[in-house]
Design a protein around this ligand. Structure first.
Ligand SMILES: Cc1ncc(C[n+]2csc(CCOP(=O)(O)OP(=O)(O)O)c2C)c(N)n1
Length: 532
């Protein structure tokens, strides 16, 4: 095999099904030409930044490396926000760029940057696969992406290197997990035994260990909150589930009620910028230590999470929590986010009506959520049963994530499709990907909370009593734009129109967009309730 073929074989063996990107004239073309032979589909995106977001979402839904392919220079530069997203969402993404040969660099300056330096701040590893053993370089790079802290890596490949022999695919070494640290486990068990009312805060690392964590929660009979990225790790319908933990004030009454806080795979990158407000001891069960954290844990149990949760559950006994108290905390949190605006369709209704329509259509779509005020309703009111039912950029919290992520989720699971909940601002950063969805036949429904504003920033501007400047714009006709890109467009200004649009959208095979009129007036109260 040559190096391009070896890379594709190595990716396919790890479960990669798709590569997203915009090619250049170098190794990109070697990869695209060979991809299909290895069962890998190339999805031509409209912007490399969006392609990188697709690769993030792909890694999240499949567990395999996500791949974004770009040309040199401007292609790499365009991809960088998506690579930053991979870094802070802890997603194993391979950035695959066309490279320059040393000979070219001796006389060319056109499109030239030091590509290694450009990506260095964001990726965990870089290689050009130009050694005597390109196969070993590729395997080591992919292994690195999958190890904690999970994150992106960069393969900068010239066409010459892509065509050199790479060797045959060796057997994958057996994955021998590191054993639990006995002393740390004993300390964690002692803390658990001493607690009457523990609370569990589940984070992104727990998505791969949801079952053992659910068993621990059930054994303790304690409340559990999840970060945005851990939605579904504890199902919304589980009686122990209380709501979302962001580090804000909304969840504080429940957490303050506890005498032990267990961080279950919670990565501090997931929390908002407020100081830790609790005095109860903290037990940190996670993949690794975090040098910068909101709180210094009283004790830590670091390493593989499934065995850690199982070992804790074995010795756990029922806590003193009353099921009715847990239910009251849950109801109070939900009630605080109900809508106080008027006009158009209320954001919580946009979400619940979409889920009801999906159920009527016999579908269980994944949802993706963009950055902005609409995110509060989308994450609170969409009921999840499994990890990764919700895709969201939370560590980077980048706008322009939802549409690319929904496209990917729909390609992965076309029978159920996917829904992107997005603000108008975030959508405009990536709207060209509607064309990609139409072309690739991705059955995703983009639902735009159209309020003619960057509402989250608008609210903050109002809170600081500044004049409304630089945060509002005229509402474009998104439905017409979607039609122009080959999707089906709907507009809804009332609940009745919205329900009709949802019914029609779920009856379609391909992508659609529903432009929903929202009056942003209620967002201020929601933000106040969440963050204090
Ligand atoms: C790429 C990027 N640019 C800017 C921001 C800062 N930001 C966060 S939310 C937001 C407003 C989003 O507006 P919109 O997409 O319309 O959603 P809404 O808040 O109205 O629901 C902005 C500008 C960001 N998070 N990401």
């Amino acid at each position: 095999m040559n190096t391009a073929e070896y890379l594709l074989a190595a990716l396919a063996r790890r479960g990669t099904k798709r590569i997203y990107g915009v090619p250049g004239g170098g190794s990109s073309l070697d990869i695209i030409a060979a991809a299909e032979r290895f069962g890998i589909r190339f999805v031509l995106a409209r912007h490399e930044g969006n392609a990188a977001m697709m690769a993030v979402a792909d890694a999240e839904v499949t567990g395999a490396p996500g791949v974004v392919l770009t040309t040199k220079g401007p292609g790499l530069m365009n991809a960088l926000n998506g690579i930053a997203c991979a870094a802070l969402e802890r997603a194993p993404v391979l950035l695959l760029t066309d490279g320059f040969t040393e000979k070219q660099l001796s006389y060319i300056t056109h499109q030239v940057f030091d590509q290694r330096n450009v990506s260095a701040e964001l990726v965990k590893g870089y290689t050009q696969a130009r050694s005597e053993n390109p196969a070993a370089e590729i395997e080591a790079l992919l292994d690195l992406a999958m190890q904690a802290p999970i994150g992106p890596v960069h393969l900068d490949l010239t066409s010459e290197a892509a065509r050199r022999p790479a060797g045959e695919l060796p057997d994958l070494p057996a994955n021998i997990g590191t054993p639990l640290d006995n002393a740390a486990l004993a300390q964690a068990r002692a803390m658990l035994a001493a607690a009457r009312k523990p609370v569990i805060l589940a984070g992104v690392e727990a998505v791969a260990a949801a079952e053992p964590l659910r068993a621990l929660v059930a054994a303790l009979g304690c409340p559990a909150l999840v970060t945005y990225k851990a939605k579904g790790v504890i199902a919304d319908a589980d009686p122990h589930f209380v709501g979302i933990f962001t580090g804000g004030s909304l969840e504080a009454p429940c957490v303050q009620d506890a005498d032990l806080i267990i961080l279950a795979g919670l990565d501090p990158v997931e929390l908002i910028l407020q100081p830790w407000r609790y005095s109860a001891p903290v037990l940190d069960v996670g993949l690794r230590a975090h040098p910068v954290h909101y709180v210094t844990p009283t004790a830590s149990l670091h390493g593989a999470l499934a065995p850690a949760f199982t070992a804790l559950a074995e010795s756990a006994s029922r806590s003193a929590w009353d099921a009715a108290v847990i239910a009251t905390h849950r109801d109070t949190m939900r009630a605080a986010l109900t809508w106080q605006g008027s006009g158009g369709v209320a954001p919580p209704r946009i979400v619940t009506l979409a889920q009801e329509a999906a159920r009527r259509a016999g579908r269980t779509p994944r949802i993706s959520v963009d950055a902005g005020a609409h995110m509060f309703s989308a994450t609170a009111f969409w009921e999840c049963a499994a990890p990764r039912d919700v895709l969201i950029s939370n560590g980077l919290a980048s706008m322009g994530f939802a549409l690319p992520a929904a496209l990917t989720a729909a390609l992965e699971n076309p029978a159920d499709g996917a829904i992107a909940f997005t603000g108008d601002g975030g959508l405009m950063m990536c709207i060209a990907e509607i064309a990609t969805a139409a072309e690739s036949g991705a059955p995703c429904i983009t639902i735009v909370f159209n309020d003619g504003a960057l509402s989250l920033i608008d609210i903050k501007q109002q809170q600081r009593q500044l004049p409304p400047e630089g945060v509002r714009w005229a509402r474009p006709d998104f439905a017409a734009i979607a039609e122009g890109f080959g999707a089906t467009g709907f507009r809804a200004a009332t609940e009745a129109e919205y329900i009709t649009a949802l019914e029609a959208a779920f009856a379609l095979q391909g992508p659609s967009l529903i432009d929903v009129t929202v009056d942003p007036a209620g967002y201020t109260a929601q933000l106040q309730a969440m963050r204090g």
